[in-house]
Write a protein that binds this ligand. Structure first.
Ligand SMILES: [Zn+2]
Length: 319
């Protein structure tokens, strides 16, 4: 029986990159959700706890040295079912190779081939947001300019996200040139689809805008009957973020909105009984969210708990 808030720590996580799977899958009703890595790295993660005293966050993660290394997966999801193949994010792409000590970087097409998916099989790509590590695989650099990696796929992005990365907000942003090099060829090819509210993208897949990390940050809900899963993008880099909603990544553009978004997400996840996971977590880091309960059995102090889900309970397979 897994205990609430038994968070992954350096003491419980493998310390070798080779020990981490680059691919795995689990089931949501009749749908299969694959978690693929487009690069795995180790490093200190103070950036996940921006502005929070080390003495506050370190004990929760069982460490006493703020530079203790955690694994960081540059992952994405592939939802297969209902006659449709949908990617949720599109990998890091060639920028991954600038990271030292990364494993499996810029290997998205190889990971897809391993699960029997060719680029032309992909019907939809839903971008949680347009940071480089999430949209890098949208295009392939070719002699006469970049071409869409997935030639048939409609690419769905929140309208505010597109405006942010293609407009004056990001004129000086160091990430913008790469982001624009990914999204502009998609728009030119007529494949870009924008949305501004909760929108059904594909059979079983709904885009739920939850802004804060970026202006158009979006979560993917995968649902089949009473089974559901929330692929939360960068609302959480580590399961501890499902409990501590004001522990922010240093790239969050609107911390207050992000805190509210996490509250909304946890409320939804708890009411659905949904499995939650995120691209930056190691493959098959699955959990469920519940409201804290005090010893009398009544709802607790309005905080949320994360409890690990054993992958085998949801048909999980590591590759
Ligand atoms: Zn990210």
């Amino acid at each position: 029986m897994n205990r609430p808030n038994d968070f992954p720590t350096p003491a419980t996580l493998p310390t070798s990159l080779d020990a981490y799977a680059l691919s795995g899958s689990f089931r949501v009703g009749a749908f299969t959700v694959h978690h693929l890595s487009d690069g795995l790295a180790f490093g200190p993660r103070q950036s996940w706890f921006h502005g929070i005293d080390d003495d506050v966050w370190m004990p929760v993660l069982g460490i006493s040295d703020p530079s203790a290394p955690f694994p960081l997966n540059f992952g994405l999801f592939v939802v297969v079912g209902g006659g449709s193949v949908t990617l949720v994010d599109s990998g890091f792409g060639p920028e991954a190779e600038r990271f030292e000590g990364i494993r499996g970087g810029n290997e998205l097409l190889a990971r897809l081939a391993e699960i029997g998916i060719a680029p032309e099989d992909v019907d939809h790509v839903l971008q949680t947001h347009l940071h480089p590590d999430h949209c890098g695989g949208l295009v392939q650099d070719a002699p006469h300019g970049a071409v869409p990696t997935f030639p048939r796929a409609r690419v769905h992005v929140h309208a505010a996200e597109v405006a942010h990365w293609t407009g004056p907000d990001t004129a000086e942003n160091f990430m913008a040139p790469y982001v624009r090099s990914r999204i502009e060829p998609i728009a030119a090819a007529g494949l870009l689809r924008t949305f501004a509210e909760a929108t059904a993208i594909a059979p079983g897949v709904t885009a739920l805008p939850l802004a804060g990390h970026t202006p158009g940050h979006t979560v993917a809900l995968v649902a089949d009957g009473d089974r559901s899963c929330l692929l939360v993008g960068d609302l959480a880099h580590h399961p501890v973020h499902f409990r501590h909603h004001d522990w922010h990544h240093d790239l969050d553009v609107d911390a207050d909105a992000h805190t509210t978004a996490r509250e909304t997400l946890c409320s939804l996840a708890a009411s659905l009984g949904a499995v939650v996971t995120a691209p930056h977590m190691p493959v098959l880091t699955l959990g469920r969210i519940s409201r804290d309960v005090d010893p009398t059995g009544a709802p607790g102090d309005a905080r949320w708990s994360w409890t690990r889900v054993d992958p085998e309970d949801v048909g999980g397979v590591l590759r």
